[in-house]
Write a protein that binds this ligand. Structure first.
Ligand SMILES: NC(=O)C1=CN([C@@H]2O[C@H](COP(=O)(O)OP(=O)(O)OC[C@H]3O[C@@H](n4cnc5c(N)ncnc54)[C@H](OP(=O)(O)O)[C@@H]3O)[C@@H](O)[C@H]2O)C=CC1
Ligand SMILES: O=C(O)CCC(=O)C(=O)O
Length: 411
């Protein structure tokens, strides 16, 4: 199912559970603003290349819009729209004073040189600089982008508006980035998993994990889960998938992946078919790459007891239904991966205050925010007799609806 159709379907189900007025429901669903820009750059060989960039600003009832910028060949308007909407509910679930946005450029970052990526990022920033800002819309990294991308955005934005570190988060620490932001999404995944397992009398130690994706989120999640005593038995990235039933040596895999630009060829595990990774026998499955990967075609074969959605919208609504019947518990994206935007919020606060926190404080606060979001979600599950996804959706949608009504519509 298309990402936007799936996300909107979840939203509508939550609106129904909350008994939202149909006109309010409609106004919450329609994005505040959709931006589409042409980005042409000279390539290193002198030829021109044109790309399409998007920024969808979904909602700002609770504060400045917030969300990452994705560089991936599959980026399209519907997907960015869905991801922006998810950010609105996610920031509300985390109870941080933001709305939601998302951006992206349809490109294959692996095929571009560093200087081509820099030119593309600068052109994109030139096209949207008037529509983002510290108190309007604050970008951050997502798939295919990183701290360096944010450094270029900050530099380009500052040419128009003066030096403004708080205009992006996930920056390098040398430019005002927060300690702990790089690991934050993976660390949030760990904290959220701990909260879920604790409810069932379990801990991370001894559980067998399978992780799809070994980029920022997947690699940090793997490292932190391993440090907490979990056994990561299989991992995939674009280059392939590997398995070791005794547990993969994650620090060695991190080194291998950095040197070889992927996990393929790692000596500490056996190569397996990437298409069967999600149906490997394990306790906890952590999709940490693309959307829509758990769907009606593979849901029946999934063996995990818990799915922790580190990626955005990895599970289709049809798969949700199949997995619920099988008794698989799903910790939804807007809660499970909210650690990234939560530490982005801490970064923005530090930039505005001109004061830096130490990493221990960042991680301690993150644990508090994730634990609170989990408790609040469970309260909504009890109130509405629903699963964790609808618990998180009703929590987020209700907070945004309340803010919208309080602000009113008077012209
Ligand atoms: N970064 C953040 O703070 C946050 C990210 N997220 C979400 O987490 C997910 C991952 O983002 P992030 O880690 O930042 O992105 P990265 O670009 O750092 O990493 C993405 C990873 O996914 C892998 N990948 C891509 N396609 C496939 C595929 N078909 N099968 C298996 N692996 C694949 C990539 O492989 P390769 O490197 O070989 O291309 C890479 O290992 C996304 O859904 C994103 O929206 C959510 C919240 C915050
Ligand atoms: O850190 C941020 O602002 C946004 C991270 C993001 O894009 C996401 O949570 O999906």
């Amino acid at each position: 199912m298309n990402a936007l159709a799936a996300t909107s379907r979840n939203f509508k189900q939550a609106a129904k559970l909350l008994g939202l007025d149909s006109k309010l429901e409609k106004s919450l669903l329609i994005p505040f603003r959709e931006i589409k820009v042409e980005c042409t750059i000279p390539k290193d060989d002198g030829t021109l290349a044109s790309y399409v960039g998007f920024r969808v600003q979904h909602d700002n009832a609770r504060g400045p819009m917030k969300g990452g910028i994705r560089y991936h060949h599959e980026v399209d308007p519907d997907e960015v729209n869905a991801l922006a909407q998810l950010m609105t509910w996610k920031t509300a679930v985390a109870n941080i004073p933001y709305g939601g946005a998302k951006g992206g450029i349809g490109c294959s970052p692996g095929d571009l040189s560093i200087s081509e990526l820099e030119r593309l990022t600068r052109v994109f920033t030139q096209k949207i600089h008037d529509l983002i800002g510290i108190h309007t819309d604050v970008p951050a990294p997502d798939m295919g982008t990183n701290a360096q991308t944010m450094a270029w955005m900050l530099d380009e934005y500052s040419k128009f508006h003066g030096y403004s570190p708080a205009v992006v988060t996930g920056k390098p620490v040398d430019l005002g980035g927060s300690l702990g932001r790089d690991a934050a999404t993976g660390r949030g995944v760990l904290f959220a998993t701990e909260a879920l397992l604790a409810e069932h009398g379990k801990g991370i130690a001894g559980q067998r994990f399978v992780i799809q994706g070994f980029g920022n989120v997947g690699s940090w999640a793997a490292q932190l889960i391993t440090e907490a005593g979990g056994k990561v038995i299989a991992i995939s990235d674009v280059t392939g998938a590997i398995k070791n039933s005794n547990g993969l040596d994650i620090p060695e895999l991190v080194k291998h992946s950095a040197e070889k630009r992927g996990i393929k060829g790692f000596a500490g595990g056996d190569a397996v078919d990437p298409s069967s990774l999600l149906i490997e026998d394990c306790d906890v499955l952590v999709p940490a790459a693309l959307g829509g990967v758990i769907n009606k075609d593979n849901a029946n074969d999934i063996k995990a007891k818990y799915i922790i959605e580190a990626a955005n919208h990895p599970t289709d609504p049809e798969a949700d239904e199949i997995l619920a019947k099988k008794g698989v518990l799903i910790l939804p994206d807007i809660l499970a991966n909210s650690g990234g935007v939560t530490v982005s919020y801490f970064e923005w606060v530090q930039n505005i205050q001109g004061f830096m926190w130490d990493e221990e404080k960042v991680n301690r606060e993150l644990r508090t925010y994730i634990a609170r979001a989990f408790r609040d979600t469970k309260d909504m599950c009890r109130a509405h007799h629903c699963d964790l996804r609808m618990g998180a959706f009703t929590l987020g949608v209700n907070r945004v609806a309340r803010a919208t009504v309080l602000r009113g519509w008077e012209a």
